[in-house]
Design a protein around this ligand. Structure first.
Ligand SMILES: C=CC1=C(C)c2cc3[nH]c(cc4nc(cc5[nH]c(cc1n2)c(C)c5CCC(=O)O)C(CCC(=O)O)=C4C)c(C)c3C=C
Ligand SMILES: [Fe+2]
Ligand SMILES: [Fe+2]
Length: 335
């Protein structure tokens, strides 16, 4: 049938891969940070307090104090390409262009802020994608990260008359491809140091402890990643949890408390890695690499190194290519 003139071009069916990360402000200014925090912290998957109780606290207190403090932190890590998280995620998507053949379009989106998940799903549909792999780039599953990214994609699909077929990327916390990429990356970074660390810390983003008791597998996934990475490296790792937020009890031990205590135990040289972050961001570059170092040195530490995330390194990109290709099995021909 000949399409009417205003019909969108008829394209060969394509497949879309949508990389998703958390999101970040548009600029390191308090106004932008406030908008970002408002969206992020209003997500009931992130703050599990009834909205009637939480919104007055968020709007009345947090959004009047935190944006200024966080904007100061963002300014310290901001780059010419923008926020590190945005720049690195965009590079990861660009680095995967063409990796799965000409019929597969790779794009990226953020759960909060821009590029929005809804907008990028629409863009993939416009390019003829009848099948979409939603790929939240969180190795460890967490309702506050993985589930809310998927929720947002599904909320958009819910309004479509003609939905694409979708798959979601499962957590890959114990995937040999991921563990091997981490091992290669950590070993490369350690080789480049001018000191031999007495200990290596693996710092994961924290979560309220109650989410563990409620059945969120995040804590177990983090511990398993750390165990497998320690086995691969052939040395012990000290596992810690960072970025505590709010008054509830969070997963322990805390990264900052541990860094402050280690020199007193004779551990004066440390290397710190953050395996749960697929891209360096505020929480790694400011909280760990800057403030973590200060905490450790003030407590008497002599040597500190922050080891970068997988980002768009060769090892990281090869891992992403392989885990994503596996999820596309049956949709694309084997290589
Ligand atoms: C990697 C997994 C992450 C989990 C789990 C997570 C849970 C979580 N986070 C907050 C509060 C904040 N997180 C903030 C930044 C931030 N968090 C993650 C990842 C996880 N968060 C990333 C990648 C980033 C960095 C974003 C960037 O722009 O670089 C922030 C914003 C910064 C600040 O003001 O400190 C907040 C707030 C909660 C409450 C939570 C679980 C309940
Ligand atoms: Fe966070
Ligand atoms: Fe933080």
């Amino acid at each position: 049938m000949i399409p009417p003139a205003d019909h969108p071009p008829i394209l060969p069916p394509r497949i879309g891969v949508l990389l998703i990360n958390l999101g970040t402000p548009n600029s390191p200014e308090p106004g932008s940070v406030k908008l970002y925090l408002k969206e992020f912290l209003s997500d009931p998957r992130v703050v599990e307090i009834p909205q009637l109780v939480w919104q007055p606290i968020l709007r009345g207190i947090i959004l009047n104090t935190r944006p200024k403090k966080s904007a100061h932190a963002y300014r310290q890590v901001w780059t010419d390409e923008g926020s590190p998280l945005a720049a690195i995620t965009a590079r990861q998507a660009r680095g995967l262009a063409g990796a799965f053949g000409s019929g597969v379009v790779v794009d990226h989106a953020m759960r909060y802020g821009r590029p929005a998940i809804r907008e990028r799903i629409d863009a993939l549909k416009q390019q003829g994608c009848e099948r979409i792999l939603i790929a939240p780039l969180y190795p460890q599953y967490c309702a506050a990260t993985t589930a809310t990214a998927n929720d947002e994609a599904f909320a958009h699909l819910r309004r479509m008359r003609w939905q694409p077929a979708v798959r979601t990327l499962p957590p890959y916390h114990d995937d040999p491809l991921y563990i091997d990429a981490l091992k290669v990356s950590v070993e490369r970074s350690l080789d480049a140091l001018d000191f031999v660390p007495d200990a290596i810390l693996a710092s994961f983003h924290g979560m309220p402890e109650r989410t563990l008791h409620l059945g969120d597998p995040y804590h177990c996934h983090c511990r398993k990643t750390a165990r497998l990475l320690a086995e691969a490296l052939g040395r012990e790792l000290i596992v810690t949890f960072q970025s505590r937020f709010g008054r509830a009890k969070w997963l322990e031990p805390a990264t900052d408390v541990t860094l402050a205590a280690l020199p007193g135990k004779g551990i004066k040289k440390v290397a710190l890695v953050a395996p749960g972050f697929s891209a360096d961001c505020l929480e790694t570059l400011e909280e760990l690499a800057i403030r973590g170092r200060e905490t450790f040195v003030e407590a008497g530490g002599s040597h500190f190194a922050y080891l970068p995330c997988l980002n768009d390194s060769d090892a990281g990109m090869e891992m992403l290519r392989n885990i994503l290709r596996r999820e596309l099995e049956g949709w694309i021909a084997a290589p």
